[in-house]
Design a protein around this ligand. Structure first.
Ligand code: SF4
Length: 240
């Protein structure tokens, strides 16, 4: 049934069903038609008003728990106009707002977000620029400068750094030392969270996407403790 209702011919059955992703417009016809619920459309577009209605359902919970909204992604700053609108609405309703970002955004966008964001969850992966380009495809200059800008703007206390610990890539002694040195030069940063790598290759395979990471194993506990100790030695609170 799903192949019949697909308006773009993206589904074919050759032994087993296959969705040709470039043709898919995410219309959802196939998931609606699937009698077994085997297909599910993930993600939904919202207007600012629709999203605020969803957020407002949890206001009581936020008030009782001291929580709020965390904007993450992907990279929320890549949808800056929408993000700023929602941030503004949340601020008007006194809702706490955290922004989970890799910091790869223009200064203008970051500065606008700063007026509304209460807490920045700021990713730092690799300090060496060549390594950063190799593994992420972009330079880290902007990311480092934006973090410095946050600190210089008096927002260091509102930043929690997040360090993805990826065996053989970010957990090398050189990178951990460079991270510690870079962070020590930014006065007032108080906390770093270590995010141990988890293999998500299965997710990619399910979407017929190529998984480029060669790493499969999570870092051992001893490695995490070693890195924790290093960051604690420069005065950071470290959470794993
Ligand atoms: S969601 Fe994609 S695959 Fe499914 S019916 Fe629509 S276009 Fe076809």
């Amino acid at each position: 049934d799903c192949a019949k209702v697909c308006p773009t011919g993206a589904i074919e059955f050759k032994g087993k069903p296959r969705i040709f992703r470039p043709l898919c417009t995410a219309c959802g016809n196939c998931s609606d038609a699937c009698p077994a619920g085997a297909l599910r459309l993930v993600g939904k577009e919202y207007t600012v008003e629709e999203l605020m209605k969803e957020i407002e359902k949890d206001v009581l919970y936020f008030d009782n728990s001291g929580g709020g909204v965390t904007f993450s992604g992907g990279e929320p700053l890549f949808q800056a106009d929408f993000l700023l609108e929602v941030l503004k609405e949340c601020k008007n309703r006194y809702i706490h707002k955290a922004l989970d970002t890799a910091g790869f955004a223009s200064r203008e966008v970051l500065a606008s977000a700063m007026s509304y964001v209460d807490l920045f969850l700021y990713d730092l992966k690799l300090i060496d620029e060549k390594q950063h380009i190799k593994y992420t495809g972009v330079s880290n200059t902007l990311i480092k400068e934006n973090l410095r800008f946050l600190v210089d703007s008096g927002r260091a206390q509102d930043v929690i750094l997040r360090f993805p610990v990826i065996p053989g890539i970010t957990d090398t002694p050189d990178n951990v030392d460079d991270m510690a040195e870079f962070i020590s030069n930014l006065r007032g940063l108080r906390e770093i969270n270590l995010l141990p790598f988890h293999d998500v290759s299965e997710k990619y395979h399910r979407l017929d996407r190529e998984y480029l990471m060669t790493v499969r194993k999570s870092p051992p506990q001893e490695k995490l403790l070693e890195i924790k100790e290093k960051f604690e030695s420069i005065g950071l609170r470290v959470k794993i």
